[in-house]
Design a binder for this molecule. Structure first.
Ligand code: ASP
Length: 586
């Protein structure tokens, strides 16, 4: 038997008429028409109808009566046109069928825990437990193929531009990327740990010191974060670093790549160059650093219009350095009270105070006519529109309005489905505020600040801009990167501003700082997320659909049963003593 070079079930066409074939595959469906038996035979390439006729091949017909779904079989037969009128336009092989002369069952199948052919999606927990069966479903096979194609296009594109793929270690040392590390104990170095890479950030920068000049890697990254719907603890990114480059070089490289990916997998021509928006404007106009531009709904700042207002709610917020932001809902004037209440709940859910609205709300009597006119002008509200207003600290008001903007677009069906709205967020800020209100890095500590902004870094650190960029599409961040600091003095300064003591800097980043004293080219890079790209191209919102063997939201692998307990002897070798989790301690 050599099915390897046999024709594929799913690739047979009318042009194969008359051909004798040997096919290998899984029984997708069997229909006994009282006499003649039909099966759909499936392989990775699709399905073909096979006919067993007792008058022509009695032994094969006899064997076919015992077939059940998902049996693995070998069929010999000849390709013929289907009788006129019985073609199936929904199958690519639908013009033909295979008249069987021989059938061999290679492996039977128990009834599967869910049907592998139904268009209805089985329950996800069961899918993940039996992932090897789930992947046999045509929809999932297409996802595996798409992901493979995306990786191949990426590799071809990068190689054409003389980038080389360099593999970096998985057992490595912690390098900050804003999340918790996964640690791996070391048998040979008791009480010491490797970290799995959150990203190969320091290594790719060191490769620039090595003179690689153009590096890429389809790199696995690990981040021990609480999972959100579109995150996985291990994910894959196209990691890129290049020497002697500026932002324009990175933008052109990535725009070309996305254009090629969209063209070759979806037949979509993207309009490049992609628009750019600086982060301040992005938050102001869209309330987000990853705005969805498939709808308008721009947010306006009402600070100027309300400078002398008597309305208490606004006066107090503005006096305390807060902001008042608003957007107008097209044809929202007759919005039902219930919908307004729901929007207020959304605003409060984001930590906001709520929402005010015009006209028809209590505000009507607190604002002057002139103020109302200015608000209408700033929000470009027409007579049928409703203006929604949030007043709060800047960050809060922006987050609230950003969410309200999305909510309105969704509820009122304003999203232009089918459009691909790519943009760059650039420049961004160097620093961010952490949960405790302390200065932290917005991207990672290797990001190059605007040199001219460093003169006021002590007084106004949050205003310091960075040579950093994110690529955004339809409301999702697809990747980010930056030009890097290459002056060791500047790198040390940034570490110090971040409050890192000198000994910590030396221990964690000494290698990089030292490497930078041996001739470092100016460099920069980016890392688009491959899972997210495949999700978009595959038309799914579920990141687990594009990963062959994903983890659940609680980070478990339901198929292999990971994580799992290990043998005591393994722990002993590692010098590890397990302390029972708190809730079990008495
Ligand atoms: N290493 C960064 C990340 O994973 C991307 C970059 O700056 O190139 O987010």
């Amino acid at each position: 038997m050599s099915g390897y070079s046999a024709p594929h079930c799913g690739s047979l066409r009318a042009s194969d008429e008359g051909r004798d074939v040997e096919l290998y595959g899984w029984v997708a469906r069997r229909r006994d028409m009282g006499g003649v038996i039909f099966i759909d035979l499936r392989d990775r390439w699709g399905k073909v109808q096979v006919v067993f006729n007792p008058a022509v091949a009695p032994a094969a017909h006899e064997a076919a009566s015992d077939l059940r779904s998902e049996f693995v079989v070998r069929v010999a037969g000849s390709v013929r046109r289907r009788p006129s009128g019985s073609e199936n336009p929904r199958l690519e092989t639908g013009d033909i069928e295979v008249a069987a002369s021989d059938l061999e069952v290679l492996s039977p199948s128990e009834p599967t825990p869910f049907p592998l052919e139904d268009s209805e999606e089985p329950d996800e927990k069961t899918r993940l437990e039996y992932r090897y069966l789930d992947l046999r479903r045509p929809r999932m096979t297409r996802m595996l193929e798409l992901r493979n194609k995306v990786n191949r296009i990426i590799r071809d594109y990068m190689e054409e531009r003389e980038f080389i793929e360099v593999e970096t270690p998985i057992l490595t040392r912690s390098s900050p990327s804003g999340a918790r590390d996964f640690l791996v104990p070391s048998r040979l170095h008791p009480a010491e740990f490797y970290a799995l890479p959150q990203a190969p950030q320091m290594l790719k920068q060191l490769l620039m010191v090595s003179g690689v000049q153009r590096y890429y890697q389809i790199a696995r990254c690990f981040r021990d974060e609480n999972l959100r719907a579109d995150r996985q603890p291990e994910f894959t990114q196209l990691d890129v670093e290049m020497s002697f480059c500026n932002e324009e070089d990175v933008f052109a490289l990535i725009e070309g790549l996305f254009a090629k990916l969209w063209q070759e997998t979806a037949g979509v021509t993207l309009a490049a160059p992609f628009p750019r928006l600086d982060i301040k404007e992005s938050f102001l106009r869209y309330g987000s650093d990853k705005p969805d531009l498939r709808y308008e709904l721009e947010i306006a700042d009402l600070g100027d219009a309300l400078g002398n207002t008597k309305a208490d709610i606004f006066r107090k917020v503005l006096a305390a350095d807060g902001v008042v932001r608003a957007l107008s809902v097209p044809h929202g004037r007759d919005m039902a009270r219930r919908e307004l209440d729901e929007l207020v709940t959304v605003a409060k859910g984001a930590g906001g105070q709520g929402l005010a609205w015009l006209p028809g709300g209590p505000l009507d009597k607190f604002l002057s006519e002139q103020e109302i006119e200015s608000i209408k002008r700033l929000t470009m509200a027409g007579p049928d529109d409703l203006v929604l207003i949030a007043a709060d600290r800047r960050r809060k008001a922006e987050t609230v309005m950003g969410l309200i903007r999305q909510e309105i677009a969704r509820r009122r069906k304003l999203i232009r489905e089918g459009e691909w709205k790519f943009l760059w967020i650039n420049p961004t800020y160097l620093f961010d505020e952490d949960d405790q209100g302390k200065l932290t890095y917005a991207h990672h500590p290797f990001t190059r600040p605007f040199a001219e902004d460093m003169s006021f870094v002590e007084e106004r650190p949050y205003d310091v801009r960075a040579h950093a960029y994110d690529i955004v599409c339809n409301g999702y961040e697809l990747g980010g990167g930056s030009l890097r600091i290459y002056d060791p003095g500047m790198q040390e300064r940034v570490f110090q501003l971040l409050g890192m003591p000198l000994d910590v800097i030396r221990a964690r980043f000494g290698t990089l700082l030292q490497a930078f004293t041996y001739g470092v080219p100016p460099h920069g890079g980016i890392a688009p997320g491959i899972d997210r790209i495949v999700m978009m191209l595959g038309g799914t919102d579920n990141i687990r659909d594009v990963i062959a063997f994903p983890k659940t939201q609680s980070m478990s692998d339901l198929m292999l049963g990971a994580p799992s307990e290990v043998d005591q002897s393994q722990l002993d070798e590692l010098n590890i003593k397990v302390v029972p989790p708190k809730k079990d301690r008495s």
